[in-house]
Design a protein. Sequence first.
Length: 194
Amino acid sequence: MPHQTTPEYSFLEGDPVDAARRLIGCHIVRQLDGETLIGRIVETEAYHQLDAASHSYKGRTPRTDIMFGPAGFLYVYFTYGMHYCMNVVTGPAGEGSAVLIRALEPLSGEAAMQARRSAMPRQQLTNGPGKACQALGITKEQNGHDLRHAPVRLVVQPALPPDAITQTTRIGISKDTDRPWRFYQTGNPFVSRR
């Protein structure tokens, strides 16, 4: 059966930069070991196949296949030999784009997150893409998962006003560094870097 994007997810089918902004304030809900862990998205970065920093820049490969759609699925990759990073696939099917979830604010299940993160201070639980994945138990096993369904769901929340979101260039990359495709909730203490 073909994937049908629900109306609340329709913004994911458009431009990844617009989606990266709109995802600020939405929730990632993770069912794990009988518990519900919830993190509010407070920092994102957009990536597109025309962008040299994107995994999809050199075309479709077994690793990047999920980035080419349809929208609303999870793209998980392993980096630096130690961290998983999660992305929400965006854009129309056939176009390689996704939004990296750079940071979350813990809303529920914090004790379980602490246990997975070796009892880190609260502010350091989920303030980075690898930290967020570790806290929520996101691994390659979730790569390709449909975010409309448990055990990992994207729950869309009302859009934040423009003045509540800061737009900057992306961080931690070495190519196409001048694109202002990073967004974060202004003043939120869980943002990875000001």
